[in-house]
Design a protein around this ligand. Structure first.
Ligand code: NAP
Length: 288
């Protein structure tokens, strides 16, 4: 019996796996790691500064992270649609398959044409793959680069009045862990997942402000104005150009619809933005 066949038998018997989680200190990866541990899996929490060292841009870090894992959650940095993502994700996915990592779940984004090369690379890697296309995360407003603006009382963002069904990153994690299992029935599937309610960014900021009991303004700017501000902050020209294109397309109304993936996989409603806002406000995240 080969090592892969032995692993398959063990997983079928125990339903427990060793799961490599990339981006494990980030918004989704941290929660995927928590949910996988809660499900009884052994987690390799990987990132450049994580318990397991892993750098998408340094292939010499891949082998130790992958070897002996049964499944992997792939969150590509800085974005699944960034230039070069297809090549890098493809190389990692093929190496994973060579090392016996059978299940790969790629985090992608709804309506992001730029993500097609990374999605295709995973589909063609020879792995049992699932692509999870998520809507905008609620946690974009509580963790990461937008938090400073929220705390300062003003979110400047190029989303105009477009509607978006913000998803709670905990739901992404629950879906990822549910579909990771080899017998989940989701291998070979592209799943679209979103929150349960369409909100404009102005609505979302207003709900946060109400929950936090303070004033936070939403200021809509064009993607080009936003790109100009990023450039002033020293974001490299290539990254700025990618982000401007991403915002111009992602936030043009194409994603103003709800997706059924959370209900389909988990058999329950997605968490509502209001619950996220209340919980994070209680935790003091948006204190000035
Ligand atoms: N934000 C959204 O609304 C949204 C929606 C749909 C899809 N997505 C996709 O979600 C992904 C981002 O996931 P996230 O928001 O959970 O991440 P995140 O919060 O931005 O965190 C980044 C994580 O990746 C690690 N990291 C950064 N650079 C790395 C590198 N070169 N090699 C390896 N690890 C690296 C970081 O840890 P270290 O610093 O320790 O390395 C951290 O754990 C992107 O692919 C994006 O396209 C985002």
């Amino acid at each position: 019996m080969t090592e892969t066949e032995e692993n398959t038998q063990r997983i079928q018997h125990t339903q427990k796996m060793t799961v490599l989680v990339t981006g494990a200190t980030g918004r989704t990866g941290r929660r995927v790691a928590e949910a996988a541990r809660a499900a009884g899996h052994t987690v390799r929490a990987a990132s450049r500064s994580g318990a397991v060292r892993f750098d998408w841009y340094d292939p010499s870090t891949w082998e130790d992270a992958l070897r002996g894992a049964d499944a992997a959650y792939l969150a590509y940095m800085p974005d699944v649609g960034a230039p070069g993502a297809g090549e890098t994700v493809g190389a990692l996915a093929r190496r994973a398959v060579e090392l016996g990592v059978r299940r790969l779940v790629l985090l992608s984004a709804r309506g992001e044409d730029q993500a097609e090369p990374a999605e295709r690379a995973v589909r063609e890697s020879g792995a049992e793959w699932t692509v999870v296309r998520a809507s905008w995360f609620a946690q974009n407003l509580s963790e990461g680069p937008l938090l400073d603006g929220m705390r300062a009382g003003e979110l400047v963002f190029p989303a105009d009045e477009v509607l978006e069904p913000f998803i709670d990153a905990r739901d992404i994690a629950d879906v990822v862990v549910a579909v990771l299992r080899p017998d989940s029935g989701y291998a070979g599937r592209v799943l679209e997942i979103s929150g349960p309610r369409l909100l404009s960014f102005r609505d979302a900021v207003a709900e946060v402000a109400a929950a936090a009991g303070r004033e936070i303004r939403y200021v809509a700017v064009s993607a080009r104005e936003y790109g100009g501000a990023l450039a002033e902050f020293g974001v490299p020209a290539e990254e700025t150009a990618f982000l401007v294109e991403l915002f111009e397309t992602q936030l043009d109304g194409r994603n103003a619809y709800l997706s059924e993936g959370v209900r389909e996989v988990l058999g329950r409603e997605p968490r509502d933005f209001a619950d996220f806002a209340r919980e994070q406000a209680e935790a003091g995240v948006w204190k000035g």
